[in-house]
Design a protein around this ligand. Structure first.
Ligand code: GUN
Ligand code: FE
Length: 453
């Protein structure tokens, strides 16, 4: 076992399971030199004082102030890195027009590597400041720009999954922004996987490559099948968009006579390391296929409000035990904050349950399902995301990586405030619903504090 490196002590919350927050009052989290959690103790535990004393003597104790709460780092399962410059704008048209009018012309600019370096540095540091310790990124078509994104994550210490976007279909991708051929896209994807391994050789892996067919409409059958074979060969992560909107679902039905999920499974793209963005229109049969494959869903409620024409059936998917976490879908979603994603997931779920049309009788208005709770959306943002991405992050358990953020109450520009009348549960709920970027005072990935903060 690697040696103990430090102990972080203070008040913490986590949700190892979706249903309930577990308070860790006055806890001590011992972290080894690999950034792995060795032990989590609280005052009643017999070795708690000894762990604290030993850390004090070794000058390796970081004691958090009483107004500050430690939570697991946030896991964002779906971000488009090259869409960062258009965050908050250009959301006035449906998905297909948005891609053609705004998004492809922006993403192609990342073949300019100086531009890519500048934007990606800003993106990665901003997401870390917002508490995103694991980021799952779609890059762009240009190979080298994705290498720059991987280097940027390594330089700043952000855990990441990154994919070179593969898109070769001549009828749906513009001439100026697509892979030359299926073979070329597969070769470049293979090259990217090799380069990500090479840039980390001899050190612990922080960045993982992902096989990334943009979505079925952008890819030929040859590309989808070839990437499926590459997924089987390499065991890498896979990420794509699945059953996102009326237009997209109809496009795939017309072309292949299948749902997205069925088609992805047939192309070999549904593995236990696949992350399917959105998945709003998955059928019961699709849910069974996803469960069987142990694939995961990135629920992106903010983006869904613009492009999906519906609310994702999160309660149903959670009840079936599917792997699910949250995504910002920058820039289909207008916020870089996974706290915002959690809050929108909660709101969307409540609207879905109660319904939205006041001219209908209450009993006919909504689905009447149990809406997501605060602890459930927090679980989605942390442990659910960790499980979805098959990485040991998202909770404070022995053997997990110490990816964490410290959140301070009472900062003058934040609504996160606590009073002596608040219980621990109250403070947890307030944190999840009101903390913002100014409340986040410290961020750790694999036990290392991020230094630009
Ligand atoms: N489907 C294909 N590409 C995209 C994208 O960039 N964003 C979203 N939201 N959906 C997509
Ligand atoms: Fe997306």
């Amino acid at each position: 076992m690697a040696e103990r490196q430090k102990v972080i002590a203070g008040n913490a919350f986590h949700t190892p399971e979706p249903g309930a927050m577990v308070p860790l009052v006055d806890c001590a989290i011992a972290v080894d030199s690999d950034g792995t959690i060795q032990s989590v103790t609280t005052p009643p535990d017999p070795d708690h004082s000894a762990i604290l004393d030993a850390a004090k003597v070794a000058n390796a104790l970081e004691q958090l102030p009483p107004d500050t709460y430690l939570i697991p780092g946030l896991v964002d399962l779906h971000i488009h890195a090259p869409q960062w410059p258009q965050l908050g704008k250009a959301l006035d048209v449906p998905l297909d027009a948005w891609l053609d009018t705004y998004t492809f012309p922006l993403e192609v600019k990342f073949a300019d590597h100086a531009y890519a370096a500048e934007i990606y540095d800003d993106l990665v540091t901003t997401l870390l400041s917002h508490g995103t310790t694991t980021a799952v990124y779609f890059g762009s078509v240009d190979l080298q720009a994705n290498v720059i994104l991987a280097e940027t994550c390594l330089r700043h210490g952000q855990r990441a999954v990154i994919g070179k976007v593969a898109m070769d279909h001549p009828e749906t991708c513009p001439d100026y922004y697509r892979d030359e051929s299926a073979e070329e896209a597969i070769a470049q994807t293979r090259k990217f996987i090799e380069m990500v391994a090479e840039m980390q050789s001899g050190r612990p892996t922080l960045v993982h490559p992902a096989i990334t067919p943009r979505f079925i409409p952008s890819c030929t059958d040859a590309l989808l099948g070839g990437l499926g074979a590459l997924a089987r060969e390499t065991g890498c992560h896979v990420q794509t968009h699945c059953s996102e909107s009326d237009w997209e679902v109809a496009h795939v039905q017309n072309r292949l006579g299948q749902t997205d999920t069925e088609a992805l499974a047939n192309f070999g793209l549904m593995t236990d390391k696949s992350i399917l963005a959105h998945s709003n229109y998955i059928t019961c049969g699709d849910m069974d296929l996803i469960a069987k494959a142990q694939s995961a869903i990135a629920h992106c409620p903010l983006s869904n409000a613009y492009f999906a024409n519906s609310v994702f059936p999160a309660r149903d998917a959670m009840d079936r035990g599917l792997k699910i976490g949250l995504g910002t879908d920058v820039s289909g979603g207008f916020s870089p904050s996974l706290f915002d994603a959690a809050r929108f997931a909660l709101m969307a779920s409540r609207n879905r349950s109660s319904g939205t049309n006041p001219s209908l009788a209450a009993a006919e208005r909504g689905t009447a399902e149990i809406p997501l709770s605060t602890s459930e959306v927090f679980w989605l943002a942390t442990k659910g995301g960790g499980e979805a991405v098959s990485l040991p992050v998202g909770s404070f358990n022995e053997g997990s990586k110490f990816d964490a953020i410290a959140v301070k109450s009472g900062h003058s520009t934040s609504g996160f405030r606590t009073y002596s009348t608040d219980t621990y549960q109250d403070i947890f709920e307030k944190l999840v619903l009101t903390a913002d970027v100014s409340s986040i005072t410290r961020v750790w990935v694999s036990g290392a504090a991020i230094d630009h903060l």
